[in-house]
Design a protein around this ligand. Sequence first.
Ligand SMILES: *Cc1c(COP(=O)(O)O)cnc(C)c1O
Length: 405
Amino acid sequence: MPGYELFGAEERKEVNDVLETGIIMRYGFDGPRKGHWKAKELEAAICETFGSKYAQLTSSGTTALSTAMATLGIGYGDEIIMPSFTFVASFEAVLSVGAVPVLVDIDESLTLNPEAVRKAITPKTKCVMPVHMCGSMAWIDELKQICDEHKLILLEDACQSIGATYKGKSVGTIGHAGTFSFDFVKTITCGEGGVIMTNSEDLYTKCDGYTDHGHDHLGVDRGADLHPFIGYNYRISELHAAVGLAQIRKVGSFLETQKKNYKLLRSYLETVPEITYRVIPDPAGDSCGQLSWFLPTEDIARAVVAEMKAQGILPGNFYWFDNNWHYVRKWDHLKQVKSLQSLSPLQTAALQKLQTQDFSASDAIISRCISTSISLVWTEEQIKEKGEKMVAAIQKVLKAQQVSA
Ligand SMILES: *Cc1c(COP(=O)(O)O)cnc(C)c1O
């Protein structure tokens, strides 16, 4: 999954271009920058590679989400329906714009269950935010249908599924807006960075200003820019964009390698009939950044995790049910409203409600799920060794289970 595994001469060359001029800022300094506009070039490459009309880089995936929400007009008191399984950044962004996160169950796709979304709609709902988790995609057609019926905004958090597609379209380019993260562990990295993609010129213009203190970027220089609205500094630097520019040129080969390695590793796991796999709404569009699989019960999943740990083969395998970052079960700081900034009464009430909300449908899935991160630098020999070791550990647990049953 992570582009940092293949960091090399191309990244150094792009970064050196910036270091040689010393212009690390993405705007202005037209003369001294000697023609280097890494952020602009990366935005153009994102549009070209993923088929978006517009792209606005940001300092992170989190600020990309905040920017998308603010510029889409989502704010105080608006409810955003989002999944119980995501990275904490998704709800952080919701809270940052004053909106109210409404968490609903996922299904075996590991993404929003469209029926759960329908049931959660209230007069305050403004947006549905699917999260394309673990390299694959949400039920876009079903969610789009719901958004169309109820006149809701569809905002795709595609931060961790760069390169996944749905019916031929890149995830993140299908809704009103979508975001990628280029943090250090994502499919392509800038070190830190993010992007908002949209086909709306109006939204893009707002993102462009919002991420740079509200500058309209129409002045003869920065000092002459006007400020049609209030913004913040969510800019990316030229150094970060330079890294991303080298990475995006390699994304095709990253995806090819991911798919090949995923397929080979999966062929080993498939020798165990008790293992089932995540449902993928459009299998051809899986970016294959992770292989997510299910064991028959939580007890077996826990025993397999323990066995893999004992054998030293756990690294790279994620048991989300016990993970502090990705699943509602462990988000005590959220449920207990441990916020340093004062939240609105609506936000506070919604978060407190999470303490008693029934997530048993999500629990039943996540408690049996393990995701294996697919490396770009594995050799076939290493995948064989890894696959065989994983299978042996799983078989050992299943056998012990049978004996005790
Ligand atoms: C990584 C990630 C983000 C945020 O990205 P950062 O660049 O780390 O701020 C948001 N949502 C999801 C699902 C992510 O995986």
